[in-house]
Design a protein around this ligand. Sequence first.
Ligand code: NAP
Length: 350
Amino acid sequence: MTKKFHVGILGATGVVGQRFIQLLQNHPQFEIAALAASDRSQGKTYAEACTWRLPGEMPDFVKQIIVQPPAPPLACDFVFSSLPTEVAKQAEEDFARANIPVISNSSPHRMGPDVPLLIPEVNADHVGLIDVQRKNRGYDRGFIVTNPNCSAIVIVMALAPLHANFGVTSCVVTTMQALSGAGYPGVASLDATDNVIPFIGGEEEKIEAETLKLLGKIKAEAIEDAPITVSAQCNRVNVTDGHIASIRVSFAKKVSTADIREALSSFRAVPQQLKLHSAPERPVIVRDEIDRPQPRLDRDAGSGMSVTVGRISEDGVLDYRFVALGHNTIRGAAGAAILNAELLVAKGYL
Ligand code: NAP
């Protein structure tokens, strides 16, 4: 049997940290060796520090691990980071400099010109930026790789096959985002109940910028943004998990509804070819029922790693419109980072 990589989780007690632990149980390549969180949790066992909020029991194998500060050295081969933005920037740089690669879900490094912002189905070739980053920053074994914002992943998984086939020229998107996207305890119940909140700090800007980098091309030592106009509006809605995006698009080519349906449902990419452990068989699932996708019914498709698209139809303003849905803490966070790590192993970076 091949030796497993020892991994650390930064922000291990949070919403995304708990998903990492759940998804890494019985992982064939990765074994949890270290857990880190805030000074509120440090020095306690994970069982003492963490109130487990996912369905099912806290896995036994993490209960007695002592929670450490999110700073090197940690006894592991690389770390997954789900730290809050304000601490992630410095902590992640410290790990990379200490020769511990960082696979992050946090936002501060995503738009760094030498930082891969990865969705393995969409831009696996952007891993080449790691070499640029190591050279620029003098890192030896370390590096920082990020996954996108949890709504940007859902949107771009649906746009990528359309852009590759028909050239997306503009895109207008309105999201309805789950409460778990705000972490725990997140949005106060009295704000969320019987309500929709038409503001999520920084989210619209992230979707607009990250989409262009994700669909961009690696040129020389940087990413050239995709030439698409993107406009996003974001809403927090009273749903536990699963972000929905209503998307309108225009294309460079003339296309039919059948062309769009075929491009989405036949989409397969590097993770499926490499048979990466967390890769869903179908990255995008197209549903033809008039009232799908819905968070409760579709967020767990492909074990939470598939994006579900429905309501494909012509649009009176742009060319076409459709609705996309994905699980924000799996495909949008922990599952995305784990798939990134599997790609990095396959490409020889870990
Ligand atoms: P969360 O539930 O609030 O968890 C935050 C985690 O960070 C906890 O483990 C917490 O530890 C730790 N932490 C808090 N302050 C800290 C500090 N000063 N120093 C060290 N550790 C600290 O948040 P989350 O939803 O898991 O989000 C974590 C990160 O992932 C954020 O950057 C977020 O933007 C990103 N993200 C979240 C989602 C999502 O759907 N939730 C999706 C994509 C990306 P204690 O328990 O000890 O306080």
